[in-house]
Design a protein. Structure first.
Length: 142
């Protein structure tokens, strides 16, 4: 490596934060699976605390952060007013329509949408890393 080139910071936030968020969540998931196996609840009904910890504390938290980033930021909300107003309305109407066709259809399609969401989320993280590296190479951004 050329000594004249500055060392690039490849992390979005910092090494510690990036690794704890990405690697830490995977390690925590595997540890919880091991605990569930040892306790004997892995193959049975999930206790309520698993739903609270996995859904409310993690997934719903990122929904609330989106609310703060979009709906409570007056400038951003005005910038794309109709999009931010109509997408939740149409999502609710589509959900009610699907549920009216059958509970199983609703939950299956919701599960497929969740998988799509999580795959796209990982793609989004990769895009953020690529953009940061590109900005560093071209001298834009921080």
């Amino acid at each position: 490596m050329d000594a004249a080139l500055p060392r690039q910071n490849i992390w979005l936030f910092s090494r510690e934060i990036d690794l704890s968020v990405f690697l830490g969540s995977a390690v925590a998931s595997l540890l919880l699976l091991a605990v569930g196996w040892q306790v004997g609840i892995l193959n049975g009904e999930s206790p309520e605390w698993t739903w609270v910890s996995a859904v409310l504390l993690i997934d719903v938290a990122h929904v609330w952060s989106t609310s703060f980033r979009v709906y409570f930021d007056v400038g951003e909300f005005r910038r794309r007013f109709w999009l931010y107003l109509l997408v939740p309305v149409f999502g609710y109407v589509a959900g009610v329509a699907l549920y009216s066709e059958g509970e199983l259809i609703f939950w299956r399609l919701l599960a497929l949408l969740a998988v799509f969401h999580f795959v796209r989320q990982q793609y989004g993280w990769i895009a953020l890393y690529r953009r940061k590296l590109k900005d560093q190479r071209t001298g834009r951004g921080g």
